[in-house]
Ligand binder design. Structure first.
Ligand code: ADP
Length: 199
């Protein structure tokens, strides 16, 4: 059984995922996979170098992500090309890692679970919910980036309402007490263990 854990930037996905890890649950993080498929030696990176040239690499041979981002930012064709390369690679690697995971149920952490159409592949959608103000405040505190950048990222993600409308389960992370969050995680964990046994 795969649980899809999602939420907007700064909603607390990583915080909540770590609580499930403490309970022995295996996690696959789509953001981590997105970096793994372009690590040195991968087919993904080789194709990117073929397409954009060696200058897309940093001095140490890794992908210069900032440069790639700026290249595709204003070039729809380049962006479409990159997406058609990366999306299948990421999807394949996500499900390969999930297949190897051994816990009684598994969690796929994906900020864009809904946006990228991954909802069909998971048994339940778990949404981490906070207010927009809290998203901005907590992301600012974590990353120190500007409110404008954070607002742009929030605008490119589905709205809080739409996300909640797709949820099977919701963790309310509006409280500053992580103990309260942990209690919600433990209750869901029991529920998921039962479901996994019946499935
Ligand atoms: P995401 O992975 O969804 O982007 P994080 O788990 O990194 O979000 O959380 C964003 C920031 O907010 C982190 O610095 C985290 O420590 C903090 N945070 C998470 N939950 C809470 C909470 N309930 N109260 C206060 N800060 C929180």
């Amino acid at each position: 059984m795969i649980i899809g854990l999602t939420g907007g930037i700064g909603s607390g996905k990583t915080t909540v995922a770590n609580m499930f890890v403490k309970l022995g649950i295996d996690i696959v993080d789509a953001d981590v996979v997105a970096r793994q498929v372009v690590e040195p030696g991968t087919k993904g990176l080789a194709e990117i170098v073929d397409h954009f040239g060696e200058s897309i690499l940093a001095d140490d041979g890794t992908l210069d992500r900032a440069q790639l981002r700026s290249k595709v930012f204003s070039d729809e064709t380049a962006k479409a090309w990159l997406n058609q390369l990366l999306h299948p690679l990421i999807r394949e690697e996500i499900f390969a890692q999930l297949a190897r995971a051994k816990s009684r149920y598994k969690i796929l952490v994906a900020p864009l679970l809904i946006e990228n159409g991954l909802t069909e592949q998971v048994a339940r959608i778990l949404v981490i919910d906070v207010t927009k103000d809290q998203q901005i405040e907590r992301t600012l505190k974590r990353d120190g980036s500007s409110p404008d950048i954070i607002n742009n990222i929030i605008a490119a993600q589905v709205s809080r309402e739409e996300r909640l409308s797709k949820a099977d389960d919701i963790i309310n992370n509006t409280s500053p007490s992580l103990l309260e969050v942990e209690q919600q995680v433990k209750a869901l964990h029991q529920q998921y263990l039962l479901m996994a046994t019946k499935a």
